[in-house]
Design a protein around this ligand. Structure first.
Ligand code: NAD
Ligand code: MN
Length: 399
C-alpha cells in the first residue's frame, strides 16, 4: 500500500487545500491514479458496543455510497460481531485468533468497546487495546477543528482559530498495562500501574509528530510534557523531543506542561497546531479538544501503524454512550470523519476530500444536527443526507 497524508481531513477550504498541495511532503508519496484498474479495498468493520452498533453501519453506508461514484475503487466489507454480546456468549470480547482474522485487511472501521454490564477495563483491554497493541498501531491521530455550522463553546474563537491535530502515543506509557494488585480485599491491599516509556517508543512517536507538523501549513508542533513532576520518563521524553527536533529544522516547536496546556487550549487556541502527548495526556486533551470544537460526537481518530506492517484502525473518539444507545440519535459525524482518515490512509485523497466536503455541508445545515449539537436529527437522517451529498449516482443507488 502507498502513502499517507496526516493532514487528516483538516483542509477546511480550498485555500488551505491549495496550501497543503504546495507544502505537503507527503503529497509526492501519492502517485496519481494512472489507470482505471479497479481496486477492491478489504475493510473489517467492528461495531463493538452501544452506539458503535449504530454509527459503524452508518460509516459503512457512506463508504458504499462513495464507491458507487467511483470507477477506480470499491470496498469489500466483513463484519465482526465482537464486543459485550460476544463476551456474554463466549467469555471473551473477541476470539483468541481474532487478530489473525483481520490481519490482512486494508483497514478496520471500529465503533466502541464498553458495555453497561461488563467492567470497562475488561471491555477496553479485551477488544480495542488488544487490536491497537496487537497491531502496534503506535500513532493515534486526532484532528480537531470547528466544522461549519457548529456552535463551539469558545466565544473568542473563530473557526480558523482552532485547527489542531493531536498525536497520541498509542502503544506504551501510562497504558502499558504493567502493574498488579496484591493483598486484594485486605487492609494492606496495594496496586500499581507502571508507566513504561521506551527510547524506541518515544523516538518513533516524536518523529511521526514532527513529520506531521512539517506536512501542515504552519509547521508548528507543541510537545506536551510533565517533566517537572515526573522526573524520569518525562525527562527522557523531553530529551528525545529535543533530539528529534534537530531532524526537522523547518518545524517550529515548543514545550508545554500538560496542566498549562489545558488553559492554553481555551485561552489561545490559535497558538496550537500539531500537538504530541503521551497516551494518557493525549487521551484527556483530545476529549477537551472535541468539546471545544462543539461535541464529542464529531471527533475522529486513526490508530495508525505508520510502517504499514498491520492494518490501521479508524474510529470515532467517543465511547458506547450508554445514555443514548439504541435510540437512533447518535451523531455519526465522528465516524464519517474517521472514514475520511481511513480514505487518506488508503491514499484515496480525492475521495477523502469529497467525504469531508459532504460532512461540512451536512454540519452547515442545522436541520441535520443531532441532539448533542442541539438539534433533532436522527443518525439515519444525517447518514442519508451525507450519502446524498456524495453525488448523483450515490443518490440513484439510495433511491
Ligand atoms: P462516551 O463517549 O460513551 O459518552 C460521553 C457522553 O457523550 C455521553 O453523554 C454520550 O451520550 C455523549 N456522546 C458520545 N458520543 C456521542 C455521539 N456520537 N452522539 C451524541 N452524543 C454522544 O464516554 P463514557 O460515558 O465515558 O463511556 C461509556 C463507555 O464507553 C465506557 O464503557 C467506556 O469505557 C467506553 N469507551 C470506549 C471507547 C472506545 O472504545 N474507543 C472510548 C471512550 C469510552
Ligand atoms: Mn478517551
Amino acid at each position: 500500500m502507498e502513502g499517507n497524508d496526516w493532514n487528516t481531513g483538516c483542509a477546511p477550504d480550498s485555500a488551505s487545500a491549495d496550501r497543503s498541495l504546495q507544502t505537503s511532503v507527503v503529497q509526492s508519496r501519492y502517485p496519481p491514479a494512472t489507470n482505471a484498474r479497479m481496486k477492491a479495498y478489504r475493510i473489517a468493520t467492528i461495531p463493538g458496543d452501544g452506539i458503535g452498533k449504530e454509527v459503524v453501519p452508518a460509516g459503512r453506508e457512506v463508504l458504499e455510497a462513495l464507491a458507487t461514484t467511483s470507477s477506480t475503487f470499491s470496498f469489500e466489507f466483513e463484519n465482526f460481531d465482537w464486543g459485550g454480546d460476544y463476551f456474554r456468549k463466549h467469555g471473551a470480547m473477541m476470539p483468541a485468533d481474532g487478530l489473525a482474522a483481520i490481519r490482512d485487511r486494508d483497514a478496520i472501521l471500529f465503533g466502541s468497546a464498553g458495555d453497561p454490564h461488563i467492567p470497562d477495563h475488561v471491555t477496553l483491554w479485551g477488544l480495542r487495546l488488544k487490536i491497537c497493541q496487537g497491531f502496534d498501531q503506535y500513532a493515534n491521530v486526532r484532528p480537531t477543528r470547528i466544522l461549519p455550522g457548529i456552535e463551539a463553546p469558545l466565544k473568542r474563537c473563530g473557526p480558523g482559530d482552532l485547527d489542531w491535530v493531536i498525536v497520541r502515543e498509542n502503544s506504551e506509557g501510562e497504558y502499558a498495562g504493567v502493574g498488579g494488585r496484591v493483598h486484594q480485599g485486605h487492609p494492606i491491599e496495594a496496586a500499581t500501574d507502571v508507566s513504561i516509556m521506551t527510547r524506541a517508543g518515544v523516538e518513533r512517536i516524536m518523529r511521526f509528530a514532527f513529520r506531521l507538523a512539517q506536512s501542515r501549513p504552519r509547521k508548528l508542533l507543541t510537545v506536551i510534557t510533565k517533566s517537572n513532576a515526573q522526573r524520569h520518563a518525562m525527562v527522557m521524553w523531553d530529551e528525545i523531543a529535543l533530539q528529534i527536533a534537530k531532524e526537522f529544522p523547518d518545524v517550529t516547536w515548543d514545550k508545554e506542561l500538560v496542566d498549562a496546556s489545558t488553559a492554553r487550549m481555551i485561552n489561545r487556541p490559535a497558538s496550537l497546531d500539531t500537538i504530541v502527548a503521551t497516551n494518557l495526556h493525549a487521551d484527556i486533551l483530545s476529549d477537551l479538544a472535541a468539546a471545544l470544537a462543539g461535541s464529542l460526537g464529531i471527533a475522529p481518530t486513526g490508530n495508525i501503524d505508520p510502517e504499514r506492517r498491520f492494518p490501521s484502525m479508524f474510529e470515532p473518539i467517543h465511547g458506547s454512550a450508554f445514555d443514548i444507545m439504541g435510540k437512533g440519535v447518535a451523531n455519526p459525524i465522528g465516524t464519517f470523519w474517521s472514514v475520511v482518515l481511513l480514505l487518506e490512509h488508503l491514499g484515496e485523497l480525492d475521495a477523502a476530500k469529497r467525504v469531508m466536503g459532504a460532512i461540512e455541508q451536512a454540519t452547515a445545515n442545522p436541520a441535520l444536527h443531532t441532539r448533542d449539537l442541539g438539534g433533532n436529527a436522527t443518525t439515519a437522517e444525517v447518514t442519508k443526507a451525507v450519502c446524498e451529498l456524495l453525488g448523483p449516482s450515490a443518490r440513484r443507488k439510495a433511491a
